[in-house]
Design a protein around this ligand. Structure first.
Ligand SMILES: *Cc1c(COP(=O)(O)O)cnc(C)c1O
Length: 346
């Protein structure tokens, strides 16, 4: 495979000397801090946060059994997506591949950087079509974005095919596992040591119920993590987020209870939806949402809005014709949705 990071990283990023913050240069405690032009009043928020997020990273390291040196923490996993594209893709030269349909941020971040996106259509059952991906690879292709379980289709992608891609492609393969906690799978973290070109994204926005504090993770080789750390904003995670997350991550038990509840609701809703005349098909889901094919997505969407229920219209997305994506809510919310759908006759 001969993957070499220095062959695919942008030259200016390889040579970049990062900003060295005052807190980078000295990190002891019990000292008089007159180095960063901070205000001495209004403790503790007067101080800049730890740019290396050491306490939080130790916690994440324990939780996922991944060494601290293989962890990047960002302002949502969206930050990692953006930084990966900026680190590896030369504007108006390099390209990325994204499976289609998938999460919209890969393309938005590429568009901002003026990086071309080649879509690789999934099979009609939303499984990975390796030929479609391999045939899109050009010498300028730096990153392939996969999402498993995939948004908006909800299915896990097959591990053997992802491994094949990791072996064949000499650039970076990103596997976005935002929804992995809802799947009957541990995901691909176990493969990290064997693949220096793999990046796995995880987030605290879904299973952990922490979308509001903006905290996401990238797991990868130390070499890749060092690059991301070099180009991030020095203080990308604020004190409030770091402190709150340290507390919240101690309640993994509660998270698992929420996840179990959401999975059992997902299966209940799936069965109920299948019985409705306006629903033609409910796709298999390994995530906290269901993709459904309906008789009239625009009309159903509008009727639901009229009842104060907002779902996601995905009907213009490739392979998702006539589809709506519905997030699994609380039991009460899900019942409201079902009642509303039952009352629709089109
Ligand atoms: C929701 C979601 C995320 C989460 O992004 P954050 O920036 O961490 O909130 C990432 N990837 C996919 C595919 C998602 O659907």
């Amino acid at each position: 495979m001969n993957f070499e990071l220095k062959n695919i990283i942008r030259k200016n990023i390889l040579e970049l000397k990062p900003y060295s913050s005052a807190r980078n240069e000295y990190s002891g405690s019990n000292v008089v801090l007159l180095d960063a032009n901070e205000n001495p009043y209004n403790e503790p928020y007067n101080r800049y946060p730890d740019p290396g997020q050491q306490n939080l990273k130790s916690k994440v390291s324990e939780l996922y059994h991944i060494p601290v040196s293989n962890i990047f923490l960002g302002n949502g996993s969206d930050e990692a997506i953006d930084l990966l594209i900026r680190a590896f893709c030369e504007p108006s030269v390099d390209r990325i591949i994204s499976i289609e349909p998938s999460y919209g941020m890969y393309k938005v971040c590429a568009d901002i950087q003026n990086v071309a996106v080649d879509g690789a259509l999934l099979n009609i059952d939303f499984s990975l079509n390796l030929e479609n991906i391999l045939s899109q690879i050009q010498k300028e292709t730096k990153i392939i974005f996969l999402c498993s379980p995939n948004n908006p289709s909800g299915n896990l992608l097959e591990e053997v095919k992802i491994i094949k891609l990791l072996e064949e492609f000499k650039g970076i393969v990103v596997v976005d596992e935002a929804y992995i906690d809802f799947a009957n799978s541990d995901g691909l973290l176990k493969l990290l040591p064997g693949f220096p070109n793999m990046v796995i994204l995880r987030t605290f926005s879904k299973a952990w119920g922490l979308a509001g504090i903006r905290l996401g993770m990238a797991f990868a080789s130390q070499e890749i993590i060092n690059i991301l750390n070099k180009i991030k904003y020095p203080y990308n995670l604020n004190i409030l987020t770091q402190n709150y997350a340290l507390g919240a991550l101690s309640s993994a038990k509660e998270m698992k209870i929420w996840v179990d509840r959401l999975i059992s609701e997902r299966e209940r809703i799936r069965k109920e939806l299948t019985k409705l005349p306006v629903v033609e098909r409910v796709f298999h889901s390994d995530a906290n949402f269901l993709l459904i094919k309906t008789t009239d997505p625009a009309a159903i969407y509008k009727i639901l809005v009229g009842k104060g229920i907002i779902v996601r219209d995905r009907s213009k997305v490739p392979l998702c014709e006539a589809c709506l994506r519905i997030t699994i809510g609380s039991k009460e919310e899900n019942d409201l949705l079902l009642d509303s759908l039952k009352s629709i006759s089109l």
